[in-house]
Design a protein around this ligand. Structure first.
Ligand SMILES: [Zn+2]
Length: 448
């Protein structure tokens, strides 16, 4: 995990935090807002380490953070004290990560059964509010980091208000959220909001290349995720690039007679992706169970059914996102809105946001962000291309041109609207095979 000042692309946030830490009026609650996979959780963990450090070190700025004076000292953790060492190892008892899957470790069986739906009152009460009021180990205080804070229920947020407003001494709470507007205004107003931004596409692509991904694929995922390093790293491990190459080829050569082939390609890709998600979830479950020493045998059957359905839907959403991205590119070409040279565009992430984060891969099989809270988020701005957007599928530009020439911009915009409806249907109880047949038929039947 990178150190605090090694976090890239978020200088504004780092500058704001340094100012807050050195102001003498350090806030007790932060809200880190911004897209998945751009460094919110990493920054939160490093900030927590710094807050718990026994002997923080001052380092000269020397231009590291442009918005602070050259000679302003920057605070960093010492990395040597027991608190730093345990924080780095993920075993510091005063650094507490709150996430919705914690429900499975709750003493109450009813709470355990409702796990993974939201961050409910029981979890917030048991794992945040109660320990916040206990004396910390070693007296260094406590830092709580809440993942996906927007999933906190209204009751949970109301219960937390008092702790946010008047936290016990030396307690800091950091809420992480991709959609701040879903939090209660009363929760938001009690936190200092720190904004994190999408990273430049070129930067993300270079980092991906450095991890061994081909230049072509690296650029694709960087653009596809709208500049999310975490999502890109995760997606590039999923072997979906070969599928997307096939998909663009199939769409370029699509006719009504070939709709069945397209449906088969989509169903197969969904099945393979669902399998990968299920495997990843099982590995995580084992790790979590080991960590808690809790076997939870009686709920396993129910869980695996739930997990299988979710894996299918999340996989379906990823596949549909890729399909949508092809037609969005085609629409950009058809309306002349693409800019092959425009680098660093912060386009809206098209990959199912919040499901493919490298920071938290458990999200890949969790329902809440999709079922109740995800509606507003999963509405990409179909049909309204921004100014000079670079193509996502730049590696298959010619084929995108072929798709663009086959239909009018209006027909393409209508098709994108249709695909958005299918995306909604994916989360209802529909026959998934039938859904893909319809998707393929709709694509094949799009008029000129
Ligand atoms: Zn330290």
């Amino acid at each position: 995990m990178p150190e605090l000042l090694d976090i890239v692309g978020q200088d504004e946030a780092l500058g704001q935090l340094q100012r807050a830490l050195q102001s003498g009026r350090q806030p007790h609650a932060f809200l880190f807002a911004g897209p998945e996979g751009v460094g919110r959780e990493t920054t939160a963990m490093q900030l927590a380490k710094l807050l718990l450090c026994e002997a923080p070190v001052k380092r000269p700025n020397s231009g590291r953070l442009a918005e602070l004076p050259q000679d302003a000292p920057l605070l960093v953790p010492c990395n040597r004290c027991p608190s730093c060492v345990t924080a780095s190892a993920g075993t510091n008892p005063n650094l507490i990560l709150i996430f919705k899957e914690l429900a499975r470790f709750h003493d109450d069986a009813g709470v355990r059964r409702r796990k993974m739906q939201e961050l409910g009152l029981a979890v917030i009460q048991r794992f945040l509010i109660a320990p916040a009021h206990m004396t910390s180990f070693g007296g260094r205080g406590r830092v709580f980091i809440v993942r996906q804070a927007e999933l906190m229920s209204v009751e949970a947020q109301n219960a937390l208000l008092k702790t946010l407003e008047e936290p016990p001494a030396q307690v800091t709470i950091i809420l992480l959220s991709t959609s701040v507007e879903e939090l209660l205004p009363t929760t938001r107003s009690r936190c200092q909001v720190v904004r994190f931004h999408a990273l430049p596409i070129d930067f993300v692509a270079k980092r991906l290349e450095a991890s061994g991904v081909s230049a072509e694929e690296a650029r694709f995922w960087a653009a596809m995720t709208g500049g999310s390093l975490g999502q890109s790293l995760h997606a590039s491990q999923n072997k979906l690039f070969a599928f997307k190459r096939d998909l663009v080829g199939a769409l370029a050569g699509l006719s009504e007679a070939k709709a069945t082939d397209l449906a088969e390609l989509l169903v197969r890709a969904m099945g393979e992706q669902a399998e990968r998600l299920t495997k990843a979830a099982k590995t995580q479950d084992k790790t979590a169970d080991k960590a808690s020493g809790d076997a939870e045998d009686e709920e396993e059957g129910e869980d695996s059914n739930l997990a299988a359905t979710l894996a299918n839907r999340l996989a379906g959403q990823t596949i549909l996102s890729l399909l949508v991205s092809v037609y969005r590119d085609a629409l950009h070409v058809a309306t002349g809105a693409d800019a092959s040279t425009g680098a660093g565009c912060h386009g809206q992430p098209v990959l199912a946001a919040g499901h493919a984060s490298a920071e938290n891969t458990t999200q890949a099989v969790t329902p809440a962000s999709a079922s109740t809270h995800g509606q507003a988020k999963r509405q990409p701005d179909h049909g309204t291309p921004g100014p000079a957007t670079p193509l996502i599928h730049a590696d298959q530009k010619t084929l995108i041109g072929t798709i663009a020439r086959r239909s009018s911009p209006l027909a393409l915009a209508e098709l994108l609207g249709q695909l958005a409806l299918y995306e909604e249907m994916l989360w209802r109880n529909v026959n998934i095979k039938l859904l893909w047949d319809n998707v393929a038929l709709t694509c094949a039947a799009t008029p000129a």
